[in-house]
Ligand binder design. Structure first.
Ligand code: ADP
Length: 495
């Protein structure tokens, strides 16, 4: 893999083929009118995208069901499925730069981050579940001697995956890899503003030998294509990453249709807590900046609420602002860019709305606060630090999903914990302290899926990621994710 500027520039000049639907191994148009794909880098049209109607979605779920029932994949040996998924990982790695550049043109993530977080992470996830799946056994229950009770683990059938635009390949792979490894068929619905790299991934999956109908991709608006998929009577399990508002609708669609199981990952308002006894405050300041501003804040686990012990508040905010100012905001296709574009004009307007409200509620803008690089025609925003944010302020309660950090001071550990938990969300948290007991008290006390200590945002395929409270249910990654994609069946046998 060569990741150098000339290669990126060359790939970025290539025309992008119009996106099509993948149904039963065949590429084709949807019944609804195509939509234009605007690049957030310059606001220009990149290509067009097929738009699946409810009838198109029904064809996709029927293809997935037929493939599942045929047994071509669902009853293939785990070793056979493993081989295909490893080939897919090989192909993702071989096309990593192409996939990353295509994704960046579509969603605006900076290329240095995208290459690792997107194809790099996706390939690793496919390998992880490829390797796992021939090591998953059923169980024999400790029943009376005249009974043999077997607990089988079976694929669920047809899985619908609705994924967001911030990390389409990474999050797509978190759903696709365990679902496919377990033998399910999948209908994937990418986000309207980040479909292109997932369509290319689906092409590579066919090339790797995934049988037709096992992976289907339907693109189009959430409220049309996504809604039809979530209302399908033929989907057994729906997995989703996105906003809380959409998550609520999905549960309603499930209730209104076949009660399909829904696993939702719904973002957060994650506290990053800096105690005065942190081992390295300079590192804490730099990490806090990266925790919120990488990918322009469009990260579900972003450390978007900074809670700082009052005795170091002013110095820490100054160090944080200095670290932030060193981050390069610019064209995400440049290797030295650290903060790329906001995904869409709608998202940018929503981010700026948060700033207006924060100021009206008494927040102080310590840095940024405005749109940037308007001359490019793209959607950029200054990384923004708002201090004096009170827990009842909108900026402390609602997820921005943009480069906006809310800073609040605290005096005691108890107050820090109360502030950390004063949110409807429960996805991630960070704690900076050299006091081991305090670190463990905070880990126990914070209601979140992951608590980072003296770092922020690190993770790999071996650990689960999932939310509590209104951040959702179920986990992506690790062996635990397989629970979402398998059903338990008991065989109770009289001997
Ligand atoms: P965001 O606000 O971050 O764009 P969304 O929850 O709107 O997050 O989008 C995440 C995914 O959910 C996208 O693929 C989008 O198309 C899809 N989506 C949005 N609205 C609906 C809906 N009503 N039904 C099903 N899917 C939807």
């Amino acid at each position: 893999m060569t990741l150098d500027q000339p290669t990126i520039d060359r790939l970025a000049r290539l025309p992008v083929a119009p996106g099509q639907l993948l149904i039963n191994g065949a590429w084709g148009d949807g019944q609804n009118p195509r939509s234009e794909v605007l690049s957030p880098i310059d606001g220009q049209v990149l290509t067009t995208l097929a738009s699946a109607s409810a009838a198109d979605v029904a064809r996709a779920t029927a293809a997935a069901r037929a493939a599942f029932e045929s047994g071509v994949w669902s009853r293939a040996t785990p070793a056979a499925r493993k081989a295909v998924l490893h080939r897919l990982a090989d192909l993702i790695e071989a096309h990593a730069v192409e996939l990353a550049v295509l994704g960046v043109r579509d969603n605006g993530t900076d290329i240095a981050m995208a290459i690792k977080a997107e194809p790099g992470s996706a390939a690793g996830t496919f390998r992880y579940y490829a390797e796992a799946i021939d090591k998953v056994y059923g169980e024999i229950a400790p029943t009376p001697a005249n009974i043999l009770a077997l607990i089988h683990r079976e694929p669920v059938g047809v899985v619908a995956a609705i994924v967001p635009w911030n990390f389409p390949l990474m999050i797509g792979a978190w759903k696709l890899a365990p679902a496919l490894a377990a033998g399910n068929s999948v209908v994937l619905k990418p986000a309207e503003t980040a479909s292109l790299s997932l369509l290319r991934l689906a092409e590579l999956a066919l090339e790797a030998g995934l049988p037709p109908g096992v992976l289907n991709v339907v693109t189009g608006p959430g409220r049309v294509t996504g809604e039809a998929l979530a209302l399908s009577m033929d989907v057994d399990v729906l997995v989703f990453t996105g906003s809380g508002a959409t998550g609520r609708k999905l549960l309603q669609y499930s209730a209104a249709s076949n009660l399909k199981r829904c696993y939702l990952e719904l973002g957060g308002k994650s506290p990053n807590i800096i105690f005065a006894d942190a081992p390295d405050l300079a590192l804490a300041a730099k990490t806090a900046a990266f925790a919120i501003f990488r990918n322009a804040g469009q990260v579900c686990v972003a450390g978007s609420r900074l809670l700082v012990e009052a005795s170091i508040h002013d110095d820490f905010v100054a160090a944080l602002a200095e670290a932030t100012e060193k981050m390069t905001l610019g064209n995400p296709l440049q290797l030295d860019t650290q903060i790329g574009a906001v995904n869409s004009e709608t998202q940018l307007a929503a981010n700026l709305g948060f700033i207006t409200d924060a100021m009206a509620e008494g927040g102080h803008i310590a840095l940024g606060g405005t749109r940037a690089l308007t001359e490019t025609g793209g959607y950029y925003m200054q990384p923004t630090i708002v201090t004096h944010v009170a827990p009842q302020h909108r900026l402390a309660r609602e997820e921005v999903f943009g480069p906006v950090l809310a800073v609040t001071a605290f005096d005691t550990e108890a107050e820090a914990l109360a502030l950390a938990n004063a949110t409807d969300y429960g996805l991630a948290a960070g704690v900076w302290t050299a006091n081991l007991s305090r670190a463990h008290r905070m880990i126990r006390g914070i209601r979140a899926g992951v608590v980072h200590v003296n770092t922020y945002g690190g993770a790999d395929a071996t650990v689960p990621l999932g939310g509590v409270k209104q951040s959702g249910n179920g986990s992506d990654k690790s062996l635990h994710a397989l629970d979402k994609y398998t059903d338990l069946k008991t065989a109770w046998i009289q001997l």
